[in-house]
Design a protein around this ligand. Sequence first.
Ligand SMILES: *[C@@H]1O[C@H](CO)[C@@H](O)[C@H](O)[C@H]1NC(C)=O
Ligand SMILES: *[C@@H]1O[C@H](CO)[C@@H](O)[C@H](O)[C@H]1NC(C)=O
Ligand SMILES: *[C@@H]1O[C@H](CO)[C@@H](O)[C@H](O)[C@H]1NC(C)=O
Length: 407
Amino acid sequence: MQQLRSRRQLGVGPKPLVGVSLLLICAAAAAIVVQHDGAGPREAMPMARRPQAATLPPVHSAVAPLVQRLSTAQLAGQRIVYAYRGLRPPRSLLARIRAGEAAGVVLFATNVSSTEQIRAVIGELQAANASGPVHAPLLVLTDQEGGLVRRLPGAPELSERQLGERPNGVALAGEAGQGAGLNLASAGINVNLAPVLDVYRRAGDFIDEYQRSYSPDPHTVAALGEAFVKAQQRKRVAATAKHFPGLGAAERGQDTDVRPVTLNIPLQELRRVDEAPYRAAIVAGVQLVMLSWAVYPALDPLLPAGLSSAVIHGELRRRLGFRGVTITDGIAAGALRPYATVPQSGVLAAKAGADLLLCSAPSPEEDSPAEGIAVLQAVTRSLNAGRLNLSAAQQAAERVIALRASP
Ligand SMILES: *[C@@H]1O[C@H](CO)[C@@H](O)[C@H](O)[C@H]1NC(C)=O
Ligand SMILES: *[C@@H]1O[C@H](CO)[C@@H](O)[C@H](O)[C@H]1NC(C)=O
Ligand SMILES: *[C@@H]1O[C@H](CO)[C@@H](O)[C@H](O)[C@H]1NC(C)=O
């Protein structure tokens, strides 16, 4: 789950104006160009030769030679999502973005004082992006789930549970997805860390406590989740299905932000109940999947899902066929304390196959995205030392840059 902590600290959104965002998609898809340290030539494919959105794989292949030219820190940077405190992004964060060492920024609500202020912040972030080497928009992410968990005022106003209880829930979930898309796009935010696809078991349990689950029925969750994903992504805001392979069985208080959580769900039930909505969302084209920090002994007896290659490669990619971008939950989660330090957790998650590392704890100091930088440095060192597979890292960067080019 996105930490409740950060939920309270809430964030902001960027806004490629809706019209502009279409343009950005085109510009970005056409002009994903990488240069070293801003020194190289900017080669952009003319708009006329831009591949159609339907031919996304070619975008990947167009990205590949550019990824080869990234420095190790830039390659590591394509994995990092930063957070910050205060009303203005710190200069050190803007410097990382300019250097091409950032994939994106996650925004929290307490820092939104007005729509104009959010737009100005996002403009500043994207201006730093524009002078960076990866010529595609920066990812700007937030949690706009609906109901109680929203970083921006406005849509979607109903909670997932409220939608799931209505007879016309599928239509309403479509409206919620459209509303979230329009709302976030108007602020400049291009990735929503929603919808929650967890299938809750009992009223008031962990995921139902804040009404974040559509239903205890996997078919209902699948149908509403699919409607939300399609409608939101039609508004050019990427959706994130979470938290794979499912937190619906977590009881109240089994909060991975705070402590290790083990969910002893039999394999058959895990696949039939918890994973069912992911099959639907993947077929619907969901662009990101967020990994849970719980341990699922049926899939991997030792490691939390987000650190487990058996879960990410075996279950999500190989078995369910997901080709998009994988993202961790907040990397400083209490669930990881027994396994590694925060920077080392980033390395282990990257090694297991997490493309994006969500460094969402704002630093104690206002002027530094300290957690993101610590993870960036650890991943960079591991790449340099050969402890992380270079070609796997390049493939992750290709997926992330293709996503940056697409929202
Ligand atoms: C922004 O966030 C910081 C801490 O994260 C907080 O101290 C500050 O009051 C927030 N600003 C607003 C306008 O909410
Ligand atoms: C980010 O920068 C690139 C150029 O490097 C530009 O094409 C893209 O439009 C920028 N993104 C936004 C949202 O401004
Ligand atoms: C490194 O990653 C590539 C691409 O994912 C894979 O084919 C290769 O087997 C990996 N090498 C090692 C030593 O794990």
